[in-house]
Design a protein around this ligand. Sequence first.
Ligand code: IVH
Length: 670
Amino acid sequence: MIEIPEYIRKEIEKLVKELNYHNYRYYVLDSPVISDEEYDMMLRRLKELEEKWGYILPDSPTQRVGAAPSEKFEKAEHREPMLSLDNAFSIEELRDFDTRVKRLLGINDEIEYTVEPKYDGLAVELSYKDGLLYRASTRGDGYVGEDITQNIKTIKAIPLRIEGVEKIPEEIDIRGEVYLNIDEFERINKERIEKGEPVFANPRNAASGSVRQLDPSITASRRLFMSCYGMGYVKGAEFYSQIEFIEWLKEARFPVPAYIKLAKGIEQVIGAIKEIEQLRQGYPFETDGAVVKVNSFELQRKLGTKTREPRWAIAYKYPAHQGITKLKEILASVGRTGVITPVAILEPVKIGGVTVSRSTLHNWDEVERKDIRVGDYVIVERAGEVIPHIIGVVKDRRTGEEKKVKIPEHCPVCGSKTVREPGEVAVKCINFNCPAQVEERIKHFASRRAMNIEGLGDKTVELLHNIGIIKHFVDLYRLRQEDIKGLPGFAELSSRKLIEAIAKSKKTTLSRLLYALGISQVGEYASKLLAQHFRKLEDLYHIKAERLVQIPQIGEKTAKTIEQFFNNEENLRAIEELKKMGLKVENPEFEEEKKPSPLKGLTFVITGTLPKPREEVKEIIEKAGGKVSSSVSKNTDYLLVGEEPGSKLAKAKALGVKTLSYEEFLKMLE
Ligand code: IVH
């Protein structure tokens, strides 16, 4: 093995610990204490050291990505079956559950229950041995699931190592739900619409589709979360109740349900369920119910399970929120990349306390498939109580006056002819200067995850674009306070703040800028990849697709759109303008191209005295990409033989390892 200096080993270990902690602050607590850029810098340093010294800890954040796509998922057996839940659709059924529990236990006193939101995703089991995550699996049929370890490791909220607690079981299987937040679900669907791919029906399908991917890099590109709520097999530690276990999970830095209440008796359970019903309106994820569990593990064991469900838990389902209303109009809305999507304008209707007056229809095929016509009475459902969906038409209420809508042949904004690529669902306006696209591009450019111009929201962009002071995102940097002061909503202070925020955004990172440019197919993930492979923006000017597809995760279609973008002089001029106006782009993500490495992948062992000190020779080998090991094995490629060789020579001969003189070695370097 290569001797790794103590101080380097320490630095690597410290970086892993710190990065994992910051990861936890960001993804689990949602309260980071360092900037993304600082995080990226630390990660980059860790990568450098790991590569140079070959010392990679199993819980290093670099081990979350980078696994190659596989052919199929291996089977994964659960040591304790993963059960499903019985449902209660009314408060009455909930009371029946409580009565049943008391009867089975022979207890008259109030039972202690926990109440948690029911996450709508897919159940996953995380298996830890000596605190390290070694396997993750889907539920499957409850007994045997699929091994999805590589995919699950890409979810940053999931600890690769159990830390922060004294009690670390020898082995433990932790269960929870992997899910997507609603905004991420919408982002994925938007991207799919733009790519002409079919949309996911709901966040649960999208989460499941994202996890059950043979290519982990696709999973990595979706912002998945997990909420841990249960325990399977455990060895070497004891837990006594659900509430205690969740507390332990929390301390051990696992993401846990957004709400958990210990309720004594069914009345308190009902209270908690009502509380969640209010709270869930504000949750970023979908919940269609609450899960009630007997708190004590001992009582859980006494109650036992039926074939598929435990007798100690039940899922209370909130009534589905539906309404019927008249569809007044189907608008065609033009997005940033020119994709035209149908939007349903509804007669306002109250569903579950919220007034719904519009709903997206995803694409024109869906309108046709569901045979939705203007003037129809439609059934609207707030799926997960957040996104309104049209689930169908009340055909009995048709009068014959309803009108079918046609797929727009012209862009509703600029009037140019629309196109639809064969085999794709997306209908597009291909006029790059279409005002609708321009406006959307500016909104995107300014948005939080792009240039992050604080205070420049969609409404302000619409205003500035409408009155004509901004025709391109470059114009943002030409704005002066006088231009905006006095506009609706802009007094002295707010106009100054906006100008300051615009100025502040000039200092940015390459990945943010690439994302902000709004290149078709290039989301945040692809932007990060590009930033890793290109030192500066100018390296992308006039780039060819052939060069881009060399980046493993970039497909041909994306490469083509990037080529088009950076071979369009107008785009390059816009970027040059941005630079002239003071844009400063840093790139903390760039990974230095490897220097020529003639010995790459080769392992050497040295024996005897060489013309140069051994340490020096070792350094030469390493600089040329090779490795030096201290003992000969079948993995050794060459034994470098000096004067008075030791026993290693005999061993090398016995194993058939090639030997080299120092002169031969020097030739090899050339
Ligand atoms: S407990 C034996 N807690 O709902 C107990 N499940 O419909 C099983 N789920 O298979 C799970 N949120 O995938 C539990 N807080 C929560 C949950 C939850 C969502 C899922 C889980 C389960 C399904 C049953």
